[in-house]
Design a protein around this ligand. Sequence first.
Ligand SMILES: Cc1ncc(COP(=O)(O)O)c(C=O)c1O
Length: 404
Amino acid sequence: MFQHIEPYAGDPILSLNEAFQKDPRADKVNLSIGIYFDDQGRIPVLGSVRQAEAQMLAEGGTKSYLPIEGAAAMRSAVQSLLFGPEHEALASGRVATLQTVGSSGGLKVGADFLKRWLPGSAVWVSDPTWDNHRAMFEGAGLPVHTYPYYDAGDAASGRPAGGLRFDAMLETLRSLPARNVVLLHACCHNPTGVDLTPAQWQALVPVLRERELLPYLDLAYQGYGDGIDADAHAVRLLAASGLVFFVANSFSKSMSVYGERAGALSVVCGDAAEAERVLGQMKATVRRNYSSPGLHAAGIVSRVLDDTHLRPQWEAEVTAMRERIAGMRRSLHSVLSAKRPGHDFSYFLQQRGMFSYTGLSPAQVDRLREEFGVYLVRSGRMCVAGLNSGNVERTASAMAAVIG
Ligand SMILES: Cc1ncc(COP(=O)(O)O)c(C=O)c1O
């Protein structure tokens, strides 16, 4: 029956993580997987999350199924977090929000919905993007193409690597047929760390509107860029511009609750009646997929966001995580600049969020792993959140050695 089945090649990032776990070297450094580690190299359980869980345990409650669309308290807390509590789009009821199984669940439910209701559309993702974007949308049966994004620099003209090809990106978007889907990282671009500035977001809006494109925002790192509200800038701008769009958001990183699978999908529609129909068809998509999302995830998220004590505590915890990463960026930059004075490492300071594109070649990445036990993705992506005061110097020295 199954003789013809091909072996699964594995997910490159998760496979690298497994290889790291098996590596016996005591001073190995894991900068591959997109997870926030604290200065002791542990994945923190936030105090605000622990307290929310303690409250839930003390209160008892049932273990019944949630509705298909998730818990009402979580869905409204997500809406206020994304759009701000007073937003016109919320007041007019034109946002359809579902709690989903992580934001991956949201992205996939949205992809299945698009395949069903906008079947002729193609999806455009940044070059490069998170590998799973392509896999998810192609898996849903939609064609996936790329638009220019990361600037790898140009040795001949002396243009440094590490920027955004914004003009080329706009030019491509201006050439797309109506109703094509444009996947955009709302902040902390994965894998490059290169984001649009507020002025560039502003310049993007008329192009999306004139070409009748459908933006699909992925907000997986809210709070890791400039702050919780600042990182929702793109969501609020698009909503204020009257565009119809999707946004999948995650709490995996912002609440450090990876395994709880806490996320949501929101669709900003033209009016409340459209939002109701969209929500209904999204529910149909979920029902024939995983049926309903998790109860525990909903309890954590709604309590942390709505409780007057837990909310400020969580915001302070997010600030501390963001600032620790920024400190690691500064340390890496200063050690590398001292060791390799001819090189420009300023991209470490400009790029935002958990990731930086280092520009290291696959051969240099292999050398880092084999000789020094420093694990990066072969594209040269580094998870800066894996650095700490105990490993940053050694990592910078190893990088300086392979840069040569
Ligand atoms: C860009 C991006 N989107 C979405 C996700 C999915 O996150 P989750 O399913 O844990 O919410 C990730 C996780 O690494 C990501 O990097």
